[in-house]
Design a protein around this ligand. Structure first.
Ligand code: VG1
Ligand code: CO
Length: 543
């Protein structure tokens, strides 16, 4: 078997975003595009000779091709062993677990998460480090720098590996083991949660529905929810991972999981509804007649986590991304534990989890997770909810109401303006930055801006600093508006506007969220000139 060194020329656009490199499939299909990026990853790492690399993806179009490439290139670059999920399938949290469990050097996760798939959809490559989590900025910056000067890549001249047959074989001196993608992950879930209690709940008439959105969580949810926990057959919908996700966006929000929402709001709604995204790290939680915002879900999970065996000793701390609502802060305060506020993206939680400073983490974008892996974990959140419901034997709605009565309610919404002209979006953010020094003290009706800034994060563990992580307008009554541009989109720019208001009075906990936030939404447009600059009358997606 020969190892080839192939000459190449750099691409200028291989800068990893919030979560790896995401581009249109057609971009990845350019000659040497994926090869360059993979080699740039390997060139940015040291000391992996003979080590293990985990490889898997969310099953989207082009997954198998890039897996074959990654295997041949890992062999040529000197890895000793590759673990790959059968069919090329590994959910992001399962990949994180496998890296940790096998003490692998790292992993390559092929996914564009909630972005649409198919020949005209998106594809992505992400590198995870040995702790199982996304590579920190220091490494992603090194990968980008390397991608701009790369002149060759190394690849083994070997035939494709049969990804559909479990077992080990050799590729150019490296062992490739095709493994069951679900087994280890399911075992970990059994360690964390009281499966007997959940089984008892589900056999007592408690009905659930889980929409896998034709994405990677299907096989995991079928095995865990139906086979191991005894949920009624058919509880898991759209469980076959499809290369194009059935033509849908595998994004578990109220727009793309609308059918589930309708079911859960109907007269004969099941007791609990949930969904997950393309790569299985996000979750949507809807109780009978109530949508739980991801920010609220984080707070409610943290407040009740002790009811699950894996968290019975309590939490070391809670971490949330800056745009995520402050609901979790109130729980942390009451528990007397620390709360950490990080930039958007799971990579910033890794240090806190490794250092034992935080146990549960979450993002407003439907991501929740814990120290069990180093990625957010959609099914984990669903199982923690089920464990809590099994212990409390109250409805999701009752649990939410009691939570708000105890801690107050953080009305929260995110408005996304997708595929906006890139220049217009950059100008909008630049203009906001230009106003920062003069906004404090400005009054809009009953609202007065207390402070305005561009969020910077000082990592308490490695002391690294990450700047320009979102423009914040902080109001005197504790309300907030945050603006930032997405780092995961592939067409134009996506402007995200995050709006939050705290309401302590239980008599005012039944308001419509958009109405409760109406004056803040108006201020956001006033200050940023969203309509004027983007030409949009309304957001593309409201979550
Ligand atoms: C979005 C979310 C962010 C999340 C990221 C990756 O990033 O806002 O919270 O961590 O996606 O999630 P951005 O830069 O587009 O706002 V996933 O499930 O797409 O890997
Ligand atoms: Co995802």
């Amino acid at each position: 078997m020969t190892i080839k060194t192939v000459q190449t020329t750099p691409f200028s656009d291989q800068k990893p975003g919030t979560s790896g490199l995401r581009k249109k499939v057609t971009v990845f299909q350019q000659k040497n595009y994926a090869e360059n990026f993979l080699q740039s990853i390997f060139d940015s790492l040291e000391g992996f000779a003979g080590e293990t690399l985990v490889i898997g993806g969310d099953g989207r179009f082009y997954n198998r091709e890039v897996i074959q490439l990654a295997i041949r290139m890992a062999a040529a670059n000197g890895f000793g062993r590759v673990l790959v999920g059968r069919g090329g399938i590994l959910s992001t949290p399962a990949a994180s677990h496998l890296i940790r469990k096998n003490k692998a050097f790292g992993g390559i996760v092929l996914s564009a998460s909630h972005n649409p798939g198919g020949p005209d959809g998106d594809f992505g490559i992400k590198y995870n480090i040995g702790n199982g989590g996304p590579a920190p900025e220091k490494i992603t910056e090194a990968i980008f720098a390397r991608s701009r000067t790369i002149d060759s890549y190394r690849i083994a001249d070997a035939p494709d590996v049969n990804l559909d047959a479990e077992g080990s074989r050799e590729v150019a001196g490296m062992t490739v083991t095709v493994i069951d993608p679900v087994a280890d992950y399911a075992e970990l879930m059994e360690e964390l949660f009281d499966f007997d209690a959940i089984r008892a709940l589900l056999s007592g008439g408690f009905r659930i529905v889980f929409d896998a959105m034709s994405a990677v969580t299907g096989p995991y949810a079928k095995e865990i929810l139906e086979n191991r926990l005894g949920a009624a057959k058919g509880s898991v919908l759209n469980f076959m991972p499809l290369p194009d996700f059935g033509g849908h966006h595998p994004d578990p929000n109220l727009v793309h999981a609308h059918a589930l929402y309708e079911t859960m709001m109907g007269d004969d709604a099941p007791d609990f509804g949930a969904a997950s995204d393309g790569d299985g790290d996000r979750n949507l939680i809807i109780g009978k007649g109530i949508f739980v915002t991801p920010s609220d879900s984080l707070a409610m999970l943290a407040a009740n986590a002790h009811l699950a065996p894996g968290y019975s000793k309590g939490l070391a701390g809670i971490a949330r991304s800056m745009p995520t609502s402050g609901a979790a802060d109130r729980v942390a305060e009451k528990m007397g534990i620390a709360i950490y506020e990080t930039p958007t993206g799971w990579k910033f939680f890794g240090n806190l989890l490794d250092a034992g400073l935080a146990t549960i983490c979450g993002e407003e974008s439907a991501g929740t997770g814990s120290s069990h892996v180093r990625e957010k974990d959609g099914l984990w959140a669903v199982l923690l909810w089920l464990n809590i419901l099994a212990m409390r034997r109250e409805s999701v709605k009752d649990i939410a109401r009691q939570h708000w009565a105890t801690y107050g309610r953080n009305y929260y919404s995110r408005h996304d303006y997708e595929e906006v002209d890139t220049t217009a979006a950059n100008d909008l953010v630049a203009a906001l930055r230009g106003q920062l020094s003069t906004l404090a003290g400005t009054v809009f009706g009953a609202l007065r801006i207390r402070a305005a800034d561009d969020f910077a994060y000082h990592d308490p563990v490695d002391r690294s600093v990450s700047e320009h992580q979102g423009i914040r307008l902080l109001f005197e009554d504790g309300s907030r508006v945050v603006f930032r541009l997405s780092g995961t989109g592939t067409t134009g720019a996506t402007l995200r506007v995050y709006i939050e208001r705290f309401e302590p009075d239980p008599a005012r906990h039944d308001l419509d969220t958009q109405e409760a936030l109406a004056d803040l939404i108006a201020v956001a447009d006033d200050v940023a000139g969203i309509r004027r600059r983007t030409g949009r009358d309304a957001p593309s997606v409201i979550t």
